[in-house]
Design a protein around this ligand. Structure first.
Ligand SMILES: C[S@@+](CC[C@H](N)C(=O)[O-])C[C@H]1O[C@@H](n2cnc3c(N)ncnc32)[C@H](O)[C@@H]1O
Length: 254
């Protein structure tokens, strides 16, 4: 259990903020996933790797998929389990490393990495995905990003982060790009899906707290930075709701 505990540590520390603050994925993402992969989500068996608190897992189940949710973070998975009661379709939560899936060969229709593949070994993870997939199965990676170029206030928010957080990596970094999952498999298609997230300022700040680069900061410094962002956001949006331009990058392959 030692290595699993280490892998899960980063997000386990921010599991509550993650659970409340992080955005779900838009309907269009699931529609594109079904269309590009050729896998009918309804009735499919999906292995959701790096499932975390279950944001993608819930979206897949809501569309009829049976899901095996894999994550090394016990705290993250505990939230996934407590929010997954009821059904069908079935969900199984497995505390494991996505680079060594505890699953038989050729059982799954889809392997998904929602916001997670960049945490895994780029080669071992895809080899494992291929092993557990049926021959006609597909692999999908997706990431939800703030689309900073679409709104000045959001670009300014990201710029403040870039300036204050040494480990920040996001739209304010010039060479920033989505993780290179498309170079790790045989690409079927890539797509950028724009959408708008309407969120309250406090939930948006919980989202900020749930990023690994924030979790790595000294707590008092992180508190000050969040307070600075709160003041700026309240000044821009006194009514307390933010229309956040977002875009999801989706890559589907074999
Ligand atoms: C940013 S979260 C994504 C959670 C969720 N899929 C979502 O869409 O919000 C990344 C997740 O990857 C998990 N993770 C990190 N290393 C992993 C590994 N080797 N195998 C599987 N999951 C891993 C973390 O524990 C964390 O829950």
């Amino acid at each position: 259990m030692g290595p699993i505990k280490d892998l899960g540590r980063v997000f386990d520390r921010v599991a509550d903020a993650y659970d409340v603050g992080r955005p779900a994925y838009p309907d269009e993402l699931y529609r594109a996933l079904g269309e590009l992969s050729g896998v009918e989500l309804d009735g499919a068996l999906t292995v959701d790797v790096g499932a975390g608190t279950g944001i993608m897992t819930r979206g897949l189940r809501a569309r009829g998929s049976r899901v095996v949710a894999v994550d090394p973070g016990a705290e993250m998975l505990a939230r996934l389990v407590s929010r997954s009661e009821g059904g069908p379709p079935a969900v199984a939560a497995v505390l494991a490393d996505g680079n060594a899936l505890p699953l038989a060969d050729g059982v799954a229709d889809l392997v998904t990495y929602a916001q997670s593949w960049h945490w895994l070994d780029p080669v071992a993870s895809i080899a494992e995905a291929r092993r557990v997939l049926r021959p006609e199965g597909a692999i999908a990676g997706c990431w939800n990003f703030n689309h900073a170029a679409q709104a000045e206030w959001l670009a300014a928010y990201e710029a403040r982060l870039a300036e204050a957080v040494p480990a920040y990596y996001g739209p304010a970094v010039e060479q920033w790009s989505a993780p290179p999952i498309a170079s790790a498999f045989e690409v079927i298609a890539e797509r950028w899906i724009p959408w708008t997230r309407l969120v309250g300022i406090e939930d948006f700040l919980l989202d900020l707290r749930s990023h690994s680069y924030m979790a790595a900061l000294p707590p008092e410094y992180a508190d000050e930075l969040v307070e600075r962002q709160r003041v700026e956001l309240r000044r821009e949006f006194p009514e307390g709701m933010l229309p956040v331009p977002m875009r999801v990058y989706l890559a589907v392959g074999r």
